[in-house]
Design a protein around this ligand. Structure first.
Ligand SMILES: Cc1cc2nc3c(=O)[nH]c(=O)nc-3n(C[C@H](O)[C@H](O)[C@H](O)COP(=O)(O)O)c2cc1C
Length: 186
């Protein structure tokens, strides 16, 4: 796999689709990536750091104020070593934080501190996705050269049918592989 040996920071945010990040992590690891998971506080309501830490074989980042084991703040260390910052699933809130440069948590600090390319897989209710605020934030992120993956259409957890579903894990994994092959299609 083209990303074997690459260091991927996987940001997981507070979407109902957060459980799919477990499968994604497992696949990336099985194909030889080094995965460092960073979870927002909201993400921890949906899936546990225990699951993500076990699957990624690395401690999970998230508590901004935890005692550091090295002299360098965790977000700088992680930001420096990333080959890719992948956020899946990305909530409307996280898109807004990134677009506006707000930095209240570890993931948003890493976003600001890293020079690594950024790939984002949004997931949310279709009306939230269609909202001009969300669309404007997506455009801002796109204009920075970030790769925003399309959402899928289907039955959403909120009961609505339509766009906003997290892209299939297979597809996200494929996009990561293609990114490192230099053949990205999005
Ligand atoms: C059951 C439930 C499901 C949610 N699913 C989503 C979602 O799929 N996408 C989204 O943008 N927000 C969703 N939210 C709202 C976010 O969790 C909320 O905006 C949170 O502040 C996101 O914070 P974060 O971006 O820092 O993780 C959901 C909330 C609840 C209670």
């Amino acid at each position: 796999m083209s990303y074997a040996g690459k260091t991927i920071i996987l940001g997981v945010t507070g979407s109902i689709a957060a459980y799919k990040a477990a499968d994604l992590t497992s696949r990336l690891i099985q194909n030889g990536a080094q995965v460092h998971v960073v979870m927002t506080e909201a993400a921890r309501e949906f899936i546990t750091p225990l699951t993500m830490g076990t699957l990624s074989r690395n401690p999970v980042g998230g508590d901004f104020w935890e005692t550091e084991s090295s002299w360098q703040p965790g977000h700088i260390e992680l930001a420096d070593k990333a080959d890719l910052l992948l956020v899946a699933p990305a909530t409307a809130h996280t898109l807004a934080k990134f677009a506006q440069g707000l930095a209240p948590d570890l993931l948003s600090n890493i976003y600001l501190a890293t020079k690594a390319p950024v790939m984002i897989a949004p997931a949310m209710n279709g009306k939230m996705l269609d909202h001009p605020a969300t669309q404007a934030n997506i455009e801002i992120l796109r204009s920075r050269g970030h790769q925003i993956l399309p959402t899928d259409e289907g039955m959403l957890a909120c009961g609505y049918k339509g766009a906003g579903k997290l892209a299939a894990v297979d597809y996200i994994e494929q996009q990561v592989a293609q990114f490192f092959d230099g053949r990205s299609t999005v």
